[in-house]
Design a protein around this ligand. Structure first.
Ligand SMILES: Nc1nc2c(c(=O)[nH]1)N=C([C@H](O)[C@@H](O)CO)CN2
Length: 117
């Protein structure tokens, strides 16, 4: 299966359970993996025959920037629904990493995987 993968997309979002987390946006890292047939674009060499990953990254940055969820799970679910709305996406995997949030860990990551209907 063909894939489009974006790794380590840095976004800013108001996210978190605790009062101190509701005051300012935090940096998050997002990994995206889309299962999608790329054979037409591979032949045509035309970006209109595929999912433009630059536009996709901008859309994800905007969703994160404008959201105010408490849980990483809720933000991930909201973003993955957007990813599944792109034409031809059969399956989407999304991981959101919150760095430097736990005292004895480098980061925490929540990962979702969803099939298109
Ligand atoms: N499963 C989760 N647990 C926790 C989350 C979360 O998003 N998903 N978030 C928090 C706090 O906001 C965390 O960032 C600081 O401890 C706690 N647990």
């Amino acid at each position: 299966m063909d894939k489009i993968i974006i790794q380590g997309l840095e976004v800013k979002s108001l996210i978190g359970v605790y009062d101190w987390e509701r005051k300012a946006k935090q940096a998050l890292l997002i990994d995206i993996e889309l299962n999608v047939d790329l054979s037409v674009a591979a032949k045509s060499d035309n970006v209109s025959d595929t999912i433009d990953y630059a536009a996709l990254a901008l859309a994800v940055e905007e969703i994160a920037n404008n959201s105010e969820f408490q849980l990483l799970e809720a933000l991930a679910s909201h973003i993955i629904e957007h990813l599944l709305s792109y034409q031809g996406v059969e399956n989407a995997k999304l991981a959101i990493t919150k760095p430097n949030i736990l005292p004895n860990a480098v980061a925490v990551t929540v990962e979702l995987s969803r099939e298109s209907n």
